[in-house]
Design a protein around this ligand. Structure first.
Ligand code: SF4
Ligand code: SF4
Length: 410
C-alpha cells in the first residue's frame, strides 16, 4: 500500500516502523474473515483492514475523531488477523503506534478517563484489589445475580514444599493472579517439581506492564517494565535460570514484547531483548521435557489418577496468536490421559482481552456467549485454559468448572 506519512512523524522511529508496516499491507481483506469484531458488527472500520486504514489516514495528517478512537478501542488486540494475514503485517505494533497518536489528538470523556484511571489504580495495588475481592466474596451470597457472576469464588488452597533441583526457571507471579487464583502458580511449582525443575520467585510481585499499556498509560507501562527488567536481571545474575515463565499467557506475550517496546531505548534495548529471549511459555518447557524423556512423562502422570473426564481446552488468543503456539498444550493433556473435545471457532477470542470485558462489555458478552455455546455443544466435564483473564471470564458464564491447565496435571 502506498503511504504519504507527514514528514515530522515519518522521521521518528515509530514513524519509520508504521510506514514499513503500512507498506506491507496489500489491502486484500483476508484478515476480516477471522476478526471477531468484524464478524459481530459487520462494519469495515471494525475489522483490521479498516483500522489499518484509519491509522494510515491519521498518520497522513487527517484529524481523527472520537469515532476513529472508538473503532480502535473496539479492537480486542487478539491478533487473529496477524495469524490470517498472508503478508505478515505486524498489525499489533501498528495498532500500538496508531492508538498512541490518536489518543494524543482526541481527548477522552471524563467518564472514560475515570474508568481507565480507576482500573489502573485498582489492579496495580495488590492491597486494594485483594481487599475489594475479599469484601466481594464475603457479601457474594446476598448480591444480585448479575454482580455475583463477576466475583470469582475463593479457590481451594494448594500446598507445596519447595525442593531444590539443578534445572531452574524464574517464575513471575504477576499482579492480580496471586489474589484471585494463587493455586495456579502453586500447581505450576508442583508440575515443574515432578519434572525436576525448581521455580525461583522474585521477593515481590509486580504487573508485567500490559495493564497500563492497554489502558493508554504508556509512561507508567514503560516505568513498570524497566523496573521488572532491572529486578529480574539482578536475580538471574546470582541464580542462573534456563527460562523466565509466567502462568498467564496474556502476561507472557507482554514480556515477549519488551524488546519491541524498548528497541529504541539505548539503555534498555539489549536488556529488554535478553529478558524477552529468555521468556518461555511453561508448556514449551514441559512439552520438550516429556517428549525427550519418557521417565519425565511417567513422573508427570504418576500419583495423578488418569481421569475419564473430558476437557474442552480453550486456547487463549495470547497463546495461539500472540505467542504463536498452536496445539502445544492439548497434546500434553492427552499424553497425561485426558480426553479432549474439539469445538467450533476455537481460534476466536472469548471476549476477555484484559480489561476489554469491562470497557467494551456488550461486545465482550456477545463473544463469551458464542464461545460458551460452541463449547457446551461438546458437553465437557471441565473447560481448560491457560490465562487467568479467559478463565474467570468463561467461568462467569457457565457452571462447568473452568481450570488452568496446569491445575489438571497435579
Ligand atoms: S493486514 Fe494482511 S490480510 Fe489484512 S488487508 Fe492487510 S495484507 Fe490483507
Ligand atoms: S486484533 Fe483481533 S479484534 Fe483487532 S483487528 Fe485483529 S482480529 Fe480484529
Amino acid at each position: 500500500m502506498q503511504t504519504n506519512i507527514i514528514s515530522d512523524f515519518l522521521h521518528t522511529p515509530e514513524g519509520k516502523q508504521a510506514n514499513e508496516i503500512l507498506r506491507s499491507c496489500v489491502h486484500c481483506g483476508f484478515c476480516n474473515a477471522t476478526c471477531p469484531t468484524y464478524q459481530l458488527l459487520g462494519d469495515e472500520l471494525d475489522g483490521p483492514r479498516g483500522r489499518i486504514y484509519l491509522i494510515k489516514q491519521t498518520l497522513e495528517g487527517k484529524t481523527p475523531s472520537r469515532k476513529t478512537q472508538l473503532h480502535l478501542d473496539r479492537c480486542l488486540t487478539c491478533r487473529n488477523c496477524e495469524t490470517t494475514c498472508p503478508s505478515g503485517v505486524n498489525y499489533s505494533q501498528l495498532l500500538d503506534i496508531g492508538r498512541t497518536v490518536i489518543n494524543q489528538k482526541v481527548s477522552r470523556s471524563p467518564a472514560q478517563r475515570l474508568l481507565q484511571f480507576s482500573l489502573r489504580k485498582l489492579f496495580l495495588s495488590r492491597f486494594s484489589f485483594s481487599l475489594l475481592l475479599k469484601t466481594g466474596q464475603l457479601f457474594k451470597p446476598v448480591l444480585p445475580a448479575k454482580l455475583k457472576q463477576s466475583i470469582p469464588d475463593k479457590p481451594e488452597k494448594l500446598h507445596y514444599k519447595k525442593k531444590s533441583h539443578s534445572r531452574k526457571i524464574l517464575l513471575i507471579a504477576g499482579c492480580v493472579q496471586p489474589s484471585l487464583q494463587p493455586q495456579i502458580d502453586t500447581a505450576a511449582k508442583i508440575v515443574f517439581d515432578k519434572l525436576a525443575i525448581e521455580c525461583i520467585e522474585p521477593a515481590s510481585t509486580s504487573c508485567c506492564g500490559s495493564l497500563s499499556h492497554h489502558l493508554n498509560a504508556e509512561n507508567e507501562a514503560i516505568s513498570i517494565i524497566k523496573n521488572n527488567i532491572n529486578n529480574w536481571l539482578n536475580i538471574i545474575k546470582t541464580n542462573p535460570v534456563e527460562a523466565i515463565c509466567m502462568t498467564a499467557t496474556g502476561c507472557g506475550v507482554a514480556i515477549k514484547e519488551y524488546q519491541q517496546l524498548l528497541a529504541n531505548d539505548k539503555n534498555y534495548a539489549d536488556k529488554a531483548k535478553k529478558i524477552s529471549d529468555l521468556y518461555k511459555e511453561p508448556a514449551e518447557i514441559i512439552a520438550s521435557t516429556i517428549n525427550s524423556d519418557q521417565q519425565a512423562l511417567k513422573q508427570l502422570a504418576r500419583n495423578r489418577p488418569i481421569t475419564d473426564k473430558t476437557i474442552a481446552f480453550h486456547p487463549p488468543c495470547t497463546l495461539q496468536h500472540g505467542l504463536q503456539h498452536k496445539n502445544l498444550i492439548e497434546p500434553i493433556l492427552e499424553q497425561c490421559g485426558f480426553t479432549l473435545t474439539s469445538f467450533n471457532d476455537s481460534h476466536l477470542c472469548c471476549g476477555s482481552a484484559g480489561t476489554y470485558s469491562i470497557t467494551q462489555k456488550k461486545l465482550s458478552q456477545q463473544l463469551l456467549s458464542n464461545k460458551l455455546s460452541n463449547i457446551n455443544k461438546t458437553k465437557p466435564d471441565i473447560i481448560g485454559t491457560a490465562n487467568i483473564g479467559c478463565q474467570l471470564h468463561l467461568q462467569s458464564g457457565t457452571s462447568t468448572p473452568v481450570k488452568h491447565w496446569l491445575e489438571l496435571l497435579i
